[in-house]
Design a protein around this ligand. Structure first.
Ligand SMILES: [Fe+2]
Ligand SMILES: [Fe+2]
Length: 212
């Protein structure tokens, strides 16, 4: 079964409310027109986040859909920015807009997933996108914490997937400013996400099936 087939099965299996399954199908249809590499990345991040969430005892459905839709904001940008070529500083500034764009696309329909998408590059130092200050003031603390936990899981899955599959020197393009070969991926993740070792190890373990 291909990743795409597995993702379509999962969308059906999860029977998500509020038309989240339908939104996901429309997203996959749109992203497959011009942004094929982004599509495959989103599919892998969804499956990876779900598998890691299961091990971590987090909400697997939330992890799956937050993973699938985290880069929906890239639909607002030219596909050439995501073809694994080198990007310059100006293009990187353009790419950074995808996090807020994702939030703005989804917030009227799927607020929890919109917040996760808006925060997926904001849960590490020198990140970008929404801030946790923008979480709804009237939400209970547990729900806000859940958004942050799922956004962090998706962020780590995003990082691991990019490191495993992107051909460009993506790490230089990110805020890390370090080369891939400086130290192991796990060390970099721990540097980027302090105190998240359990999550990092669960994601790295779940990622084994995608790099085999
Ligand atoms: Fe992203
Ligand atoms: Fe991503």
């Amino acid at each position: 079964m291909t990743y795409s087939e597995r993702v379509l099965e999962k969308i059906k299996e999860h029977k998500a409310g509020c038309n989240l399954g339908h939104t996901s199908m429309v997203f996959l249809a749109l992203i497959s027109v011009n942004h094929v590499l982004v599509k495959v990345h989103c599919e892998r991040v969804a499956l990876l986040a779900e598998n890691a969430a299961r091990v971590l005892d987090l909400d697997v459905k939330a992890a799956f859909f937050a993973g699938l839709l985290h880069d929906i904001g890239k639909l607002t940008l030219p596909s050439g920015l995501f073809d694994d070529g080198e990007i310059d500083a100006e293009e990187y500034q353009q790419i950074k807009t995808h996090a807020i764009a994702a939030y703005e696309i989804l917030d009227d329909f799927h607020l929890f997933i919109a917040l996760c998408a808006g925060l997926h590059h904001a849960v590490y130092e020198h990140g970008y996108g929404l801030t946790t200050e923008e979480l709804p003031k009237n939400w209970p603390v547990e729900l806000k914490n859940k958004v942050i936990r799922i956004a962090t899981l998706v962020s780590i899955c995003d990082f691991v997937d990019a490191a495993s599959h992107r051909k460009s020197r993506f790490i230089e393009a990110s805020s890390l400013k370090v080369r891939k070969e400086d130290s192991s991926l796990r060390d970099k993740l721990i540097e980027q996400y302090p105190n998240k070792e359990t999550t990092i190890d669960a994601v790295l373990e779940a990622n084994q099936e995608f790099v085999a």
